[in-house]
Design a protein around this ligand. Sequence first.
Ligand code: FNR
Length: 366
Amino acid sequence: PRLDEMYNSFDFESVAKNVLPADAWAYYSSGSDDEITMRENHNAFHRIWLRPRVMVDVAKIDMSTHMLGTKVAIPLYITATALGKLGHPDGEKVLTRAAAKRNVIQMIPTLASCSFDEIVDTCADNQTQWLQLYVNSDRAVTKKFVEHAEKRGIKGLFITADAPQLGRREKDMRQKYSQDAPDEMDNETVQRDEGAARAISSFIDPSLNWKDVAWFKSITKMPIIIKGVQSAEDAVIAWKLGCAGVVLSNHGGRQLDFAPSAVEILPEVIDALKREGCDPKKDFDVYIDGGIRRGSDIFKAVALGAKGVGIGRPFLFAMSGYGDKGVERLIELYQNELEMCMRLMGAPTIADIKPEMVDIRNLKDH
Ligand code: FNR
């Protein structure tokens, strides 16, 4: 189909399934084990209903907001997903260029197909990027990478905490991964017979723990955000240790199957933080990712206290089918959907989106 016939994020998924080689489709689309968490990530939004207000002046809608000090067009960012070249020859650079055009932030993955510098060099003037970090068992390697990222102007360090061991994504494992691993990877240690994910991830340090936060703070001035928090308890620890925020995430349902969806735990996380005297609107950023597919999903997340949302697979699918233009179009669709949702909800700005605008009575009812 032509790009102007793509009406929502699901359309891009259908196209990607048709155009991607089997190994790429398996790597991008898979979740772990029975994929219960992966499906639940989007389904959880179906249990949140809206409580619209009418007779509000909604002639102008402003959905811009700030994330870690950067003004963005819409409260979403392109989250880190490894191996961009499986979907497009330009890999992550496609996402970089589209993010610049539409004024959103891209989080660069440690396991990008393009080199880190190549991606940063693709930036437009004043474009903000974040870095997703997998911590290497050899901390000297990690230190060098973090210092380099800071020097190159990265504005947020997102340390992935939900992958001390890679989940078993069986669709992916059935494909014998043959592509070249990213440049920095040690070819001797990769396990090529177990799917793309396992082939590239053997260096990740399973001993990473809360004590390491102090070390990260000693080597960088970048704000530190823990990605992959899945409970109120851990969000509170991150806050107490001086992190700048957390991403509530279960890695797109690719790690622990039966982990809860981020949006389901968002209300209890916000409550727990407030009980500790933290103001999640000011002092500490709570992001969520996983299953965000509609503008109304973004609205619900913001209503429940998220600063913004990360979106993964839909951007990979848009990039795979249509390159730069596809990613730009998908951001535009999210903007159109969120704009309409805000207008029909009687919330002309992000600050007007309030918790009482969502009905979460059934959220826990699976
Ligand atoms: C991911 N994700 C991920 N996260 C991370 O911290 N480091 C990584 O290298 C990757 N790689 C990766 C590859 C692919 C193909 C996917 C789909 C996901 C997880 C990602 O950042 C995010 O948590 C989810 O993608 C969000 O869910 P949705 O939007 O894909 O449903």
